[in-house]
Design a protein around this ligand. Structure first.
Ligand code: SF4
Length: 324
């Protein structure tokens, strides 16, 4: 099956006064039609930079897309002129941002903001766009009459629902959801995730869900890519990653999740911190924190090993390695 989104060897850096941050270091991934990929990892792993770069939304300066290819439905987005790219964004690929309070315009009513997207991409009249905006608000369970209110008049959960309505305004084929529940109260996180899942299924939309919450990944995604220091260190379908995690970092992430069925479950945090992005370690980027670090890991970049669509970047699984 041809992938809806295909990213090849994406490399992104930030040129700052303090030095160069290598934020994304050779990311390759695919998302098929109606598939949901969970992109997981700690803060600073490069997840958001990956998402923004494939939509060409990286602020430049300081961001620089050094190399890489992005194909959407066979179209080379990395070669599109900006005016054509603007027709892809919001129309065929849309984004749900982490904090709706900063992504919504505080001086425009929410109805107008949703209608603006529809007018820009679908060329309908303002009246028709407003009618569709109100119907979208009903879809995300907000009364249409509230379309004349401003963002500050809504709760955090409702603002995120409005962000979701905006993302759905043009029936996109792919939604990129960047930590859509992180800024919300725990009590409304589950409702918002459930809403995203229902609408994705109803509209048959593919999704890239960026999160550090493995519980959310288990609920929503069918494929998972684990990021660390700008690289995808493990990738596979949900069952492969949840039932047979291979990379020591992925296994460490699961050890940080409490097991509510196990009375004496112990959380084991991963030792150390994410590496300084100005000075990434040589060899395997994870080696200073890895409990299974080998001599080769300190100096040699691990090769990518793959079996049945489950890939891992680790010396342990290379040919001749302890688990190869
Ligand atoms: Fe650990 Fe080495 Fe594998 Fe890196 S390559 S995760 S340091 S065992």
């Amino acid at each position: 099956m041809c992938a809806l989104l295909k990213v090849n060897d994406l490399r992104v850096k930030y040129q700052t006064f303090e030095g160069v941050v290598h934020a994304v270091n050779g990311v390759s991934l695919e998302i098929g039609e109606r598939e949901t990929l969970g992109l997981v990892g700690e803060s600073g792993a490069g997840k958001t930079t990956t998402a923004l770069s494939l939509m060409r939304l990286i602020p430049s300066p300081p961001g620089i897309i050094e190399s890489g290819e992005v194909f959407f439905d066979g179209r080379a987005l990395h070669e599109l002129p900006e005016d054509e790219m603007m027709q892809v964004r919001g129309n065929q690929i849309s984004m749900i941002f982490q904090d709706p309070m900063t992504s919504l315009n505080p001086v425009l009513t929410v109805g107008l903001q949703i209608a603006e997207v529809i007018v820009a991409h679908q060329g309908v009249s303002s009246a028709e766009a407003m009618r569709r905006a109100e119907s979208l608000m009903e879809k995300v369970q907000i009364p249409a009459a509230r379309s004349r209110e401003y963002p500050h008049e809504f709760s955090g959960g409702m603002r995120q629902r409005i962000g979701i309505a905006m993302a759905l305004a043009c029936n996109p084929r792919l939604i990129v959801a960047d930590e859509p529940t992180t800024a919300l109260d725990v009590t409304v996180q589950a409702q918002v995730i459930e809403l995203i899942r229902e609408l994705r299924d109803e509209l048959s939309t593919a999704m890239m869900l960026i999160t550090h919450d493995l519980g959310v990944v288990g609920e929503v995604c069918d494929h998972v890519a684990v990021m660390y220091a700008g690289e995808i260190v493990e990738k596979g379908d949900l069952e492969q990653i949840f039932d047979h995690p291979m990379h020591p970092y992925t296994r460490g992430l699961f050890q940080c999740v409490p097991d509510i069925e196990e009375e004496n479950s112990v959380i084991q945090p991963i030792d150390g911190l994410m590496p300084d992005p100005f000075h990434l370690p040589a060899g395997c980027r994870f080696h200073p924190r890895c409990p299974e670090c080998l001599e080769a890991c300190r100096t040699t970049v691990p090769p990518l090993s793959e079996r049945d669509g489950h890939s891992v970047l680790c010396h342990l699984y290379a040919e001749g390695g302890a688990r190869g």
